[in-house]
Write a protein that binds this ligand. Structure first.
Ligand code: SLL
Length: 468
């Protein structure tokens, strides 16, 4: 048998993780980021197993950075010749190619776009490239915080408004120009679902979708979505009392975010311009609205990253002898039985915020309530794990009045997913699928029985008709 001949009936799989991670820019990052950019994001493709957590000399687990990514225990170079990420055309040199790990691109940006991840395998594989599509959605999944959380005149940047329009709410998606203000609420069940559209160019490379954990977790909080949509509507209704159009048709790139004192005044006075003489009333309504919105909790995604990655497997069917040898020489590191990291990022940051809090402030503050300095540099209320915490209507730690509460009670965010894929997770997925299968079979049996009974009845009736 020659080395290039394919061996029939063999399938070899290699577990991977691919997807993205995104978070709001910090105040510091905003200073150097191009105008209009709201997020820092990373798209990546890596082996599925994650190296064990790093430990300090005293043996304590060293906490991972907020931009930490899972996977990477195996170096996939033995298998992959090149990974090319094709970014949105608005990025300089949008095709970013890597011939060794880390296969990852980090950028800042805004809006939403699909990144194409093209994997070219080593020549010995005789496999055609595999293309994965991954959507990146740079919204903070909540009410548009920049629009309403910053009381006018507090020295913080106001959203920059287009001079030709009263309140630029958003830019049509097709313009490829950053919106004038941060985009209004997107519903989390629309956003960040790790949709995988696998374009299978190769004859023998297939890709499975075995891990649904991430998807489920991410797509759950439909209730919040409704709330947020309402918020958006309220803003629109309020603003539309003016004569100006709400949506900028031909938005221009905002200049910079730095000089804002004047903009505060300008944007405010622009709203005052009113031909019907109800300006005062309008201001009052706006302030009231702003106040109400500040009392509404906003999504955890305003301070913690949004994870949109998934476990997957590349499957090589009928590999050539030469390729099979290479694959066999490089078995994948198995997933750990249990997740060895924090259960989720929210827990991790909640506890570190709690520690900071205890160090800095009164030792009396105990329990799950803690204060987090958000990445947007606003002090916020943060209510631990909201699923077990009632709505924080009377917060125990009042940081600053008028600041929004971060973390919607009961909110399931991507920050709540385990930070590491493990066999335990795989097993629980398997069990879930099995349970579902059992239920389906039960249902089918029930319907079959019903069908049989009804057929019998039908036959009986037919007999009766005949004998009449
Ligand atoms: C949208 N159709 O409206 C998308 C366009 C553009 C993304 C998103 C970086 C380049 C730049 C960037 O974030 N591009 O500086 O514009 O949502």
């Amino acid at each position: 048998m020659s080395a290039s001949e394919r061996i029939k009936g063999i399938q070899v799989h290699r577990p991977i993780i691919y997807g993205s991670h995104a978070r709001l820019l910090t105040e510091e990052e905003k200073l150097t980021a191009p105008a209009g950019h709201t997020h820092r994001w990373t798209v990546f493709l890596t082996s599925a197993a994650t190296p064990p957590p790093r430990r300090s000399e005293s043996g304590e687990i060293i906490k991972d950075d907020i931009d930490w990514l899972p996977g990477g225990a195996d170096d996939l170079s033995y298998l992959i010749k090149k990974v090319t990420f094709k970014l949105h055309d608005t990025y300089p040199s949008p095709n970013r190619a890597f011939d060794k790990p880390p296969f990852a691109v980090t950028e800042t940006g805004w809006g939403e776009f699909v990144v194409q991840i093209r994997i070219q395998f080593i020549p010995e594989s005789s496999e055609k490239p595999l293309t994965l599509n991954h959507p990146i959605k740079l919204h903070h999944w909540g009410a548009p915080i920049e629009n309403f959380t910053i009381p006018i005149g507090n020295g913080q940047p106001e959203p920059i408004t287009n001079t030709e329009s009263t309140t630029a709410v958003n830019t049509p998606a097709s313009t490829n120009v950053p919106p004038q203000s941060v985009a209004p609420a997107k519903t989390p069940n629309d956003d960040q679902q790790p949709v995988s559209t696998t374009e299978n160019n190769g004859n023998n490379v297939t890709q499975t979708q075995t891990q649904t954990q991430v998807k489920e977790e991410i797509s759950t909080p439909a209730v919040m979505a409704e709330d947020q949509v309402m918020t958006k509507d309220e803003i629109q209704v309020n603003n539309s009392q003016g004569d100006q159009p709400m949506v900028t048709e031909n938005a221009q790139k905002p200049e910079t975010n730095t000089n804002n004192d004047d903009q505060n005044d300008t944007s405010h006075s622009e709203i005052i311009v009113d031909t019907t003489g109800t300006a005062q009333q309008q201001i009052q309504q706006e302030e009231q609205l702003q106040h109400e919105q500040n009392l509404q909790p906003i999504s955890i995604a305003s301070i913690l990253p949004v994870h949109s990655w998934q476990y997957d497997e590349i499957i090589f069917s009928d590999p050539s002898k030469a390729f099979l040898d290479i694959l066999n020489e490089n078995p994948p590191i198995p997933l750990p039985y249990k997740n060895r990291r924090s259960n989720n990022q929210r827990e991790e940051y909640d506890s570190s915020a709690l520690n900071n809090n205890n160090n800095k402030k009164s030792k009396k503050q105990k329990g799950r309530q803690s204060t987090i300095n958000s990445r947007a540099n606003t002090s916020t209320e943060f209510s631990g794990t909201p699923s077990s915490t009632p709505a924080p209507t009377t917060p125990s730690v009042v940081v600053q009045q008028q600041q929004p509460v971060i973390g919607i009670p009961g909110e399931l965010a991507s920050a709540d997913i385990p930070l590491e894929f493990s066999l335990e997770m795989e097993k629980s997925e398997y069990n879930k699928l099995n349970e579902a299968r059992k239920k389906i079979v039960e249902q089918m049996d029930k319907w079959r029985e019903r069908l049989i009974t009804q057929e019998k009845e039908l036959n009986k009736l037919k007999e009766e008709v005949k004998s009449m």
